[in-house]
Design a protein around this ligand. Structure first.
Ligand code: FE2
Ligand code: FE2
Length: 482
């Protein structure tokens, strides 16, 4: 493995020898003010002068790649960091399998590759925009810090994709890099590219669900792109995955702490029936059925990000060697999939049935299946917390046909168990499955800031350990300096 030390002297920290790459360095320096402008307009609302205890990537060595310190967010060192190049790496799948990995863009696949980079790039600033209002209702300084950590790293992920565009895609790359700063989450005229990234993240439970479910889609996409035969993309994504793990940690532990607090409050009040919703809400905690509805919402919105179950684009990207499967390197088939099938859930004569499809066409379905299995692991841990506190309730992932807007099941209305409902029935029962206006109002009523050191809002338990092993009353954000 060849490792280039991270250069921290210039405007843009990097380990890609930008100092010797004048054209790209200038292009990125030119893009920089627009990025800062975007951050000030669309990044976290308020707190831009606060000192936030953030981690910054300072290397790509898995054993020690980050340092923690107080930083004002606009001064965060957003850098371009690629995982080390692996000597002699080969294209691991598709029709070019076994050939040397590409260090330059293969001309015949240029458009396809650019599209993959732009789509990934677009999700990064989108989530920052979606989460920009949350700082002012943070349930603790610890949580506020985690929110801002996720936000600055999504900003760095945007830098990662913009570097690829500026370095490898010439004038079109430059245009795409500009456009990434122009689209806006939820804007009717210039929305972000994918549906889930135009939804609102109105409250902190949504934020935790988003980082659990939607950042995990990010993980799956990055894992698939980390397999790419285009080596710079592979290396970029490999390093992004290191940061991404923390985002999902924030989501998983966030929901765990909400669930834990609810069950503890119920126990203390002598309530064992999780459906005594009014009584439970009076305790200042979020009832489990409402948490379930939020999970239903975010899981189903995220499934749409995997696209159509049967997809020619996915087949082409795999065949070309640009986007692989989840952990392609650990699979033991021929890595070409020219023959063979994969079982796909489809809507056939109004019923949900398994149907064998050509494996190459079913790659989105396969990635989605891997995603669902990965989601289940954390859900099991949430349920363990509930069971340990003696409450008879289990959080369940809804059926993949539930509340879909893309793919096979967008044409039907299924309930959380996968039963097909008539349109009238769906309308009547919708709020059994998804948060109602009253549920949203209730959650909103709990979103009161708790900015005192070491204190937490009524509806969430403190974390088990602090960030960077800091004690419970650590001042993760110094708002007073703002
Ligand atoms: Fe990201
Ligand atoms: Fe993320």
């Amino acid at each position: 493995m060849s490792m280039i030390a991270v250069d921290y002297d210039g405007l843009i920290p990097n380990n890609v020898a930008l100092g010797q790459d004048v054209r790209v360095k200038r292009a990125l320096e030119k893009w920089h003010p627009g990025y800062i402008g975007w951050w000030m307009d669309m990044g976290p609302e308020g707190f831009q002068n606060a000192l936030v205890y953030l981690r910054t990537a300072i290397g790509v060595d898995p054993k020690g790649w980050a340092k923690f310190d107080y930083v004002r967010m606009p001064q965060y060192r957003w850098g371009v960091l690629l995982a080390p190049q692996r000597e002699g790496r080969k294209i691991p799948f598709g029709s070019h399998k076994g050939e040397d990995a590409w260090q330059e863009v293969p001309g015949e696949y240029r458009a396809m590759l650019r599209r993959l980079v732009v789509i990934q790039g677009d999700t990064e600033p989108a989530s920052v925009e979606q989460q920009r209002h949350l700082g002012k209702t943070a349930p603790s300084l610890y949580d506020m810090r985690n929110l801002f950590q996720v936000n600055v790293e999504e900003g760095r992920h945007l830098w990662a994709m913009v570097y690829l565009l500026q370095k490898y895609f010439g004038a079109d790359g430059r245009e795409e890099a500009e456009a990434l700063l122009e689209r806006r989450s939820g804007d009717p005229d210039t929305p972000r590219m994918l549906g889930a990234f135009n939804e609102k993240t109105p409250d902190w439970l949504s934020f935790f669900m988003f980082t659990y479910f939607t950042d995990r889609d990010g993980k799956m996409q990055l894992e698939a792109l980390a397999q790419s035969g285009f080596d710079p993309l592979s290396r970029t994504c490999r390093f992004m995955l290191t940061e991404e793990a923390h985002h999902m940690f924030v989501g998983e532990t966030g929901v765990t702490r909400v669930v834990q607090r609810t069950c503890e409050a119920m126990k203390q009040a002598g309530i064992t029936d999780p459906y005594e919703i009014d009584k439970i809400r009076k305790l200042g905690v979020i009832d489990l059925p409402t948490i379930q509805k939020k999970a239903n919402l975010h899981f189903s919105l995220t499934l749409d990000l995997f696209g159509n179950e049967i997809s020619t684009n996915a087949a082409n990207a795999f065949h070309a060697g640009l986007k692989g499967r989840f952990r392609e390197d650990r699979l033991t088939d021929d890595h070409q999939l020219e023959s063979g099938t994969y079982p796909v859930l489809r809507l056939i004569d109004g019923q949900i049935k398994k149907d064998d499809a050509p494996a190459l066409s079913a790659l989105n379905m396969r990635l989605r299946d891997d995603y669902v299995a990965d989601c289940q692991l954390g859900v099991d841990r949430w349920n363990k917390v509930i069971a340990d506190l003696g409450i008879p309730f289990e959080i369940k992932l809804p059926h993949v046909a539930f509340h879909r807007h893309i793919g096979e099941f967008s044409r039907t209305n299924a309930d959380v168990d996968g039963n097909i409902l008539s349109p009238a029935e769906w309308t009547r029962r919708r709020t059994d499955f998804l948060p109602s206006e009253a549920d949203k109002d209730f959650i909103e009523s709990l979103m009161r800031p708790q900015f005192e050191k070491g204190k937490y809002a009524s509806w969430i338990a403190p974390p088990k350990v602090g960030i960077d092993n800091k004690p419970g009353d650590f001042e993760y954000v110094k708002i007073a300096d703002a």
